[in-house]
Design a protein around this ligand. Sequence first.
Ligand code: NAP
Length: 309
Amino acid sequence: MKRIFIAARSNPEHMAELFRSELPAHEVFTQQPQPGDAPVPYIVVGRPTPGVIAAVPGLELVLSLNAGIEHLLASGEVPDHLPIVRLVDDGLADGMSDWVLAHALAWHRNLATYADLQAKREWAPQQEKLARERTVAVLGAGALGSQVAGHFVRFGFKTRVWSRSGRPIDGATSFAGRPALMDAVSGADILVNLLPMTSETANVVDATVLNALAKGAFFINGARGGHVVDADLIDALDRGQVSGAALDVFRTEPLPAADPLWSHPKVLLSPHVAAPTHAHTAVAEMAENIRRFERGEKLPHLVDRTLGY
Ligand code: NAP
């Protein structure tokens, strides 16, 4: 009987129950196994407690509870020979799509402005544009970026997508690699960041990128705080170059109470909830990956340690 160790920090028993119904022939447990125990080929883990992974005997595959795995690589907790599968499931992609589109459409249709005007009992129609008159630039064309970009296309926005390889998205214009970054963002009204956190993508949203956007553009960050130079963003907001920002992720989480982003009038904050892991969709995907692994099939979404995602 193959064994699966659920090392999730939040509600591991619930996840174990879901695994048991997906894979009834496997032994699923939540207690830390010890060296010398029977082999445990699979671990399901988000942010590992130091030493947890190393203590698992006979590990063959690491199933990440998150789409972003930079913390797993940076921690050095996963030995080089062990494959890591990122979490890619429709729960994450649908969650991120809702969150990004909610902010983009609210900005596009001036909802915050009308809320302010309502509070003052002011009847003041704003200049209303059509989606087709707005340009959106999405950084990242992966599991999340490609779905989000597809929604923007369907709403009628002029949509650009920037990725390492220039991955094509129906109805959008694709841009490949660092030399094309400025072409991708120049004049965009909405900038959406859905990149993975790697040495190449750190600090990518800086003054140069923000200044290249259309005057008064809106910025949406659903990826990682380390992608953004916060001082450059605050400066761009203060100058009106960027008219607002929706931020779900931060360099330090929870965001420290003294951070100026908390009180910035043009910033909308959420506590890293854009696309939380939903146990039922995540377990279905991870169980399918275990079946694929046991059939000797190639696993989708294996982390490439050289690229860092
Ligand atoms: P993914 O499928 O790995 O896609 C990554 C995309 O970024 C790919 O299109 C890739 O290009 C592109 N990329 C990588 N390095 C690049 C570079 N140096 N220059 C240009 N493009 C680059 O990742 P995902 O599943 O969409 O997730 C994206 C990120 O979202 C995660 O890493 C995580 O940090 C974040 N996230 C946040 C939340 C939340 O709740 N806020 C939830 C889930 C995920 P190629 O297509 O050429 O490979």
